[in-house]
Design a protein around this ligand. Structure first.
Ligand code: PRP
Length: 190
């Protein structure tokens, strides 16, 4: 473990402990890329990252995708600077790509209550794509309030507050290369 990959970090005054290592992330992200490359061969999908959280996962995923594809971004916000969802979604940036008749893969860092992803799936379907599929690095099935079918999941996790690898606490911590869990929830991991 190097200095730059610590076991604990402090973010906005809260202690977080290492939860998913860089090695585990690298392995799982390349597996997901292989799966999607196999399933979307000859479909030239558009991968749509949901900003901000998905930017690191999507970037790493793309490096392992071996088929022709396109990338675009949609920006939503539902958490603001809080640890729990505000319960409503704000659109901050629309797509540039024309998705009509195209195969779309929506990419999230985390599906928690499902609010954001349900919103995105409905929003994309309005634009008449050929298909819409969801991929998320993390999924908290126990936190579901808005059901959405998630076809590709990196890791299923309990209802924990996580940080790093694109995910923030009041906008900080996205640059951490590994995933951390807030200390007062650390025990629930076992
Ligand atoms: C986070 C995360 C997902 C969403 C998941 O985004 O990136 O988009 O919350 O939670 P949900 O399933 O309860 O909707 P956030 O609104 O915090 O914005 P960010 O991506 O800019 O951090």
């Amino acid at each position: 473990m190097s200095f730059y990959e610590p076991e604990t970090v402090v973010c906005n005054g809260s202690l977080f402990r290492l939860y998913i290592t860089k090695e585990q992330l690298d392995k799982r992200v390349s597996e997901l890329a292989r799966e999607i490359s196999r399933d979307y061969k000859d479909k030239k999908p558009i991968f749509i990252g949901i900003l901000n959280g998905a930017f690191i996962f999507l970037a790493d995923l793309m490096r392992h995708v071996s088929i022709p594809c396109e990338v675009d971004f949609f920006k939503l916000s539902s958490y603001g600077d809080e640890k729990v969802s505000s319960g409503h979604v704000t659109e901050r940036k629309d797509l540039d790509a024309d998705v009509e008749g195209r195969h779309i893969v929506l990419i999230e860092d985390i599906v928690d209550t499902g609010l954001s992803m349900k919103y995105m799936v409905d929003r994309i379907r309005e634009k008449n794509p050929a298909s819409v599929t969801v991929m998320t690095l993390l999924h908290k099935p126990d936190a579901t309030k808005h059901y959405v079918n998630v076809e590709y999941v990196g890791f299923q996790i309990p209802t924990l507050f996580v940080l790093g690898y694109g995910m923030d606490f009041a906008q900080e911590g996205r640059n951490l290369p590994q995933i951390y869990v807030i200390d007062d929830e650390y025990e629930k991991k076992f």
